[in-house]
Design a protein around this ligand. Structure first.
Ligand code: RIB
Length: 305
């Protein structure tokens, strides 16, 4: 069965510089290379879910510039339904990304057209939401839109995933009851829960806190340490496959999209987490956001290796 995943979120053009290290304040560094790459957490998760087996629709906004055309075309090339990707006057979202020789990155985003994705726009495409099995949101669009989308998806009885990225503060309390799976990384789990996350134990503490706030289940992604699943009655740690990282940009997005596609197709939570982890591990071995996301057959081949 091919399941329907709907992603409500951002599309950004990534302006990516590779440099020996991340620059300090006031410093000018000589970089190795520059590329423009399609990205944005929402669009990356849509591409991941599509390459990893789901039928995907995207709800979002691009600008009236060339980037807007390129971002939309990149999704269409993955057979992603873009009827709910609207072009609005002005600039598309952009992300300024520096990746260093240790494959760490620093990112500054400018919302641009992503800021035009209002609750009213989501309402206009309610039929798209109605066709979903799984709905995914992130935090690169206005908070009011995320809150609206989560609650509408819950009211329609969909499986609801929130990847709270980027997060620097607690979530509105009235969102939690609408969330089936909350998927933060360590720093997001800390920002949301108030618990410093620097170990498996502290990830468990943060997840416990987030479930007490009302989230259904929590998956804290821990980079090379894998991920921690919590469902309110216990925890399970899923170690990550070991790979040589080239660029970690969009690894979290690949996990979320892969997890959603697998879950929507009827796989168990544990299978979906392992599937998402293999996809994310493969993505960090390649440069860029959307170009780094593997296909289902690559993930299956990795399993056999
Ligand atoms: O998660 C990676 C993404 O974050 C990049 O593609 C960039 O656009 C930012 O949104």
């Amino acid at each position: 069965m091919t399941a329907n995943v709907v992603v409500i979120g951002s599309l950004n053009m990534d302006l990516v510089t590779r440099a020996p290290r991340l620059p300090r304040g006031g410093e000018t560094l000589i970089g190795h290379s520059f590329a423009t790459v399609s990205g944005g957490k929402g669009a990356n998760q849509a591409v991941a879910a599509a390459r990893l087996g789901a039928r995907v629709s995207m709800v979002g906004c691009v600008g009236s510039d060339d980037y807007g055309v390129q971002l939309r075309d990149a999704l269409k090339a993955e057979q992603i339904d873009c009827q709910a990707v609207s072009a609005v006057e002005g600039s598309s979202g952009v992300a300024l990304i520096v990746v260093d020789d240790d494959s760490q990155n620093a990112i500054v985003i400018v919302a641009g057209a992503n800021g035009a994705l209002t609750p009213a726009v989501v309402e206009r495409f309610d039929a798209v939401l109605q066709g979903a099995d799984v709905v995914i949101c992130q935090l690169e669009i206005p908070d009011a839109t995320v809150g609206h989308a989560l609650k509408r998806a819950r009211a329609l009885g969909k499986t609801v995933i929130l990847n709270p990225a980027p997060a620097s503060r607690p979530l509105p309390a009235d969102w939690f009851a609408a969330i089936d799976y909350l998927i933060p990384n360590e720093s997001e789990a800390a920002a949301l829960s108030g618990v410093t996350v620097d170990s498996l134990q502290t990830a468990e503490n943060a997840a416990t806190q987030l479930i007490a706030m009302g989230a259904g289940k929590v998956i804290v992604t821990l980079g090379a340490q894998g991920s921690l699943f919590a469902n309110g009655t216990g925890f399970e740690h899923f170690p990550a496959p070991a790979v040589k990282a080239v660029d970690t940009t969009a690894a979290g997005d690949t996990f979320v999209g892969g997890f959603a596609a697998a879950l929507a197709s009827g796989k168990s939570e544990a299978e979906a987490i392992r599937y998402g982890q293999i996809a994310a591990a493969l993505s960090v071995t390649r440069a860029g956001a959307q170009p780094s996301i593997p296909t289902m057959s690559e993930v299956q081949a990795f399993k056999l290796a």
